[in-house]
Design a protein around this ligand. Structure first.
Ligand code: INI
Length: 154
């Protein structure tokens, strides 16, 4: 049996972009910090890590398309925080962001991970941004690093 899997280790030569939404920035700032932490801990060169800000999660797919088309990056980590609160906007924004990121990713042969939180309330978001339930930014970057190595294998 042959097992194909990626190592969570960078060579220091990879260019990686984080696309992050400013909406609910108290949360998304923490996700960026977690992602940066994972990147550095796993051997990334911080001078090759670009952080690209967009207004809200709805805009992530459009900017993702441009970023992937640029050819500059080996991989892209998307981060955001969509919190239901009391507005129906949540359903539209989360559906478009999720679908948009997946559809855009399928157009390119470049790894992309999804670190966009979709939570019922701010407490659940805080739990996933560096407290009780870990940091989803760290997880999204760690998954991305694994994919970078996996993509080298075929
Ligand atoms: N954007 C988010 O990133 N998170 C949210 O929770 C959110 N809510 O709830 O409205 C949100 N809305 C803004 C949206 O992403 C766009 O930026 C806006 O509609 C302008 O296009």
């Amino acid at each position: 049996m042959n097992i194909l899997e990626g190592k969570i280790a960078l060579r220091g030569e990879e260019w990686v972009a984080i696309i992050v939404s400013r909406f609910n920035h108290i949360i998304t700032d923490r996700l960026v910090e977690g992602a940066r932490d994972s990147f550095v801990r796993h051997g990334g060169n911080e001078e090759r890590l670009d952080v690209i800000f967009v207004p809200g999660a709805y805009e992530i797919p459009f900017v993702l398309d441009r970023v992937l088309a640029s050819g500059k990056y080996d991989a892209v980590c998307t981060l955001g925080a969509i919190i239901r609160g009391s507005t129906p906007h949540f359903d539209y924004v989360s559906a478009e962001a999720t679908k948009g990121i997946a559809n855009t990713t399928l157009k390119y042969d470049i790894p992309v991970t999804f670190g966009v939180l979709t939570t019922e309330n701010i407490e659940q978001a805080i739990e996933r941004a560096g407290s009780k339930v870990g940091n989803k930014g760290f997880e999204a970057m760690s998954g991305l690093i694994e994919l970078i190595d996996l993509y080298r294998k075929f």
